[in-house]
Design a protein around this ligand. Structure first.
Ligand SMILES: Nc1ncnc2c1ncn2[C@@H]1O[C@H](COP(=O)(O)OP(=O)(O)O)[C@@H](O)[C@H]1O
Ligand SMILES: [Mg+2]
Length: 341
């Protein structure tokens, strides 16, 4: 079914270095949420805190009525079984073949027989498209396959919550599209609560039900996809549209002089691009967390950017209208812009 995670007033620092302060959000049960933010803003630290590997300074993380922050080690161990985690580096054991890597949590945390373990592991490997690769070592396969093996391993204990750290870093755009489709289909199938950390703007714009943005040591915004994609808030707008004009600079934050110079030069933000339709499941069956296109905007009296929600309810297609408006874009650029589209 997936369970909700209620985060209240969460604050984390290392020594005197504050990472983020007062983060409050709810990851809705069974929905897909994406967390964005410039490098070093503490996205990975956030995932590790959620799963109880790092202790926050303040705040609560409530799952099924229990606050992870104050749980005793033994109870925390139980709650952790709800989680499947794909860490940023995949964290596979280099000396074990893919099958043994995937089977590892079952051998470690359950008393299942070897034949049950074999059945479950092969099933999850097939789910992520790794059938036939059981005997390969992590060093012998591509980055994309390693990510998928890490994902299969995160799935073997049938998690209620799946945390995924940068599944698409180092993947080419085609493989990124495949893995995005895999997330949508997986979510429909296992109905778990997903949190995906990504840098890929196209992923952020088309995959999740909810988007969050960590910036400058706090959660700048968290909410339904349509809310952030129609937001005029400068940081959100700049990040989700991969623009250089705005408060975020090369070293995370621009100083007052830079912003004043930008204002003086009269640099104008382009209009918000259309909101692309959300990626649908391969078989067309709706997910539990899926909402009709435009529902949030209508319910909140927000007029979405012109041309929004056009195109088929599937895949990462660029709406025609954007291509018309930007005839100078070549294919590579339109992919980079992600769905500036
Ligand atoms: N275990 C740790 N001890 C001390 N500092 C850490 C630790 N883990 C992460 N950090 C620091 O926390 C900040 C955020 O890191 P991270 O979560 O990896 O960023 P992101 O994933 O957003 O790129 C960085 O400055 C990093 O150096
Ligand atoms: Mg990280």
């Amino acid at each position: 079914m997936g369970v909700a995670i209620d985060v209240q007033g969460l604050t984390k620092s290392f020594g005197s270095q504050l990472i983020w302060n007062d983060v409050t959000l709810t990851l809705p049960a069974g929905e897909i949420s994406v967390m964005l933010g410039p490098s070093g803003t503490g996205k990975s630290v956030f995932l590790k805190t959620l799963v109880g590997l790092l202790k926050p300074d303040k705040g609560s993380i409530v799952i099924n009525g229990a606050d992870l922050v104050t749980l005793k080690e033994h109870d925390l161990y139980e709650v952790r079984k709800l989680f499947g985690v794909l860490f940023q580096d995949g964290a596979l054991f280099g000396s074990m073949n893919l099958f043994d890597n995937v089977a590892f949590p079952l051998r470690e945390h359950t008393k299942k027989t070897e034949s049950e373990i074999r059945k479950i592991s092969l099933e999850k490997m097939e789910l992520v498209g790794l059938q036939g690769a059981e005997d390969k070592l992590p060093g012998e396969i591509s980055g994309g396959m390693r990510k998928r093996a890490g994902l299969a391993r995160a799935l073997v204990l049938d998690p209620e919550i799946l945390l995924i750290d940068e599944p698409d870093s180092g993947l080419d755009p085609v493989r990124t599209s495949y893995i995005n489709q895999l997330f949508i289909d997986l979510n429909a199938q296992i109905d778990a609560t997903f949190l995906i950390v990504t840098h890929d703007i196209n992923t952020a714009r088309t995959v999740p039900d909810n988007i969050g943005l960590l910036y400058h040591k706090h959660l700048a915004m968290f909410g339904p996809r349509e809310m952030l994609l129609s937001s005029e808030e400068p940081v959100v707008r700049q990040f989700l549209n991969a623009q250089t004009v705005g408060p975020i600079g090369m070293s995370e934050e621009k100083d007052a002089d830079e912003l004043a110079a930008e204002a003086a030069s009269g640099q104008q933000l382009p209009p918000l691009p259309p909101i692309a339709p959300q990626l649908g499941t391969s078989n067309g069956e709706p997910r539990r967390g899926e909402r009709p296109a435009g529902e949030w905007c209508r319910a909140n009296g927000v007029i979405p950017p012109p041309g929004s929600f056009q195109g088929p309810h599937t895949s990462v297609q660029v709406p025609e209208r954007t291509l018309d408006q930007r005839p100078e874009l070549d294919v590579g650029a339109s992919l980079d812009h992600g769905a500036a589209s």
